[in-house]
Ligand binder design. Structure first.
Ligand code: AP5
Ligand code: MG
Length: 220
């Protein structure tokens, strides 16, 4: 059966870091709506320019734009065995849309991970984050530094700081998360899908917790 996982959690919680590690482990693609928007922007598409109007303010891109993009991505052949959603769904309406899309495929969500972390730690993580231009590989100047300063360990491309990682925008992103996305945790909890994860552990320990939770879920 196909595996569909969701990562919920505030900006900087480690969703992207962990989704990439699980994607490698489980051999299913990571679908980060933030990365997809940034790729559109890089290619200067109309969707990318529209999305950036919201992203630069720390607001959510409208649901119809986001859902359409996810639907397209999920129709690709590499999603046949499942996918790991990173930063999607983020609103009640996106959660409903995801149910519908999976329903059409005769599939259901396997688990929803909610990554828990303090605001102080989020700010530390986001101000030190650096991302690679080519493939969005994620580093941290202190917690996960690249071998060579300014270059990606995996593809050698330049590392940059995201425009929306300015403190003021980060605070707005956290506010939007609390208001629009955090309520989804209880929604998925009621459906028995939620797994709470302590995001303040080391990167490796968080991955271990995730894999353990998946193994426990299979035993049930
Ligand atoms: P998106 O790109 O999804 O950003 P986000 O949710 O704000 O999350 P981040 O990517 O900032 O953090 P993360 O949890 O992935 O952490 P990471 O692994 O990088 O969205 C950007 C924008 O796009 C949104 O604001 C919105 O405008 C729009 N958007 C996206 N999806 C949307 C949707 N569905 N609907 C509407 N709009 C949407 O880690 C952070 C740092 O910490 C890194 O430096 C990493 O190395 C480090 N780190 C990670 N784990 C650890 C650890 N355990 N210990 C120490 N350091 C760690
Ligand atoms: Mg991310």
């Amino acid at each position: 059966m196909a595996t569909y996982l969701v990562f919920l959690g505030p900006p900087g919680a480690g969703k992207g870091t962990q989704a990439k590690r699980l994607a490698h482990e489980l051999q299913i693609p990571q679908i980060s709506t933030g990365d997809l928007f940034r790729e559109h922007l890089r290619q200067e598409t109309a969707l990318g320019k529209r999305a950036n109007e919201y992203i630069k303010k720390g607001e959510l891109v409208p649901d119809e734009v986001t859902v359409g993009m996810v639907r397209d991505r999920l129709s690709a052949a590499d999603c046949a065995d499942g996918a790991i959603f990173d930063g999607f769904p983020r609103t009640a309406s996106q959660a409903r849309a995801l149910d519908e899309i999976l329903d059409e495929k005769g599939a259901t969500l396997t688990a929803v991970f909610c990554v828990d972390i303090s605001e102080e730690e989020l700010l530390r993580r986001l101000t030190g984050r650096r991302v690679c231009r080519e493939n969005g590989h994620i580093f941290h100047l202190e917690f996960n530094p690249p071998e060579e300063a300014g270059a990606c360990d995996y593809d050698g491309s330049e590392l940059y700081q995201r425009d929306d990682d300015k403190e003021e925008t980060v605070r707005e992103r956290i506010r939007v998360y609390q208001e629009q996305t955090a309520p989804l945790c209880s929604h998925y909890d009621k459906r028995g899908k939620l797994v709470e994860i302590d995001g303040e552990q080391s990167i490796e320990a968080v991955t271990e917790s995730l894999l353990q939770a998946l193994a426990d879920g299979q035993d049930e």
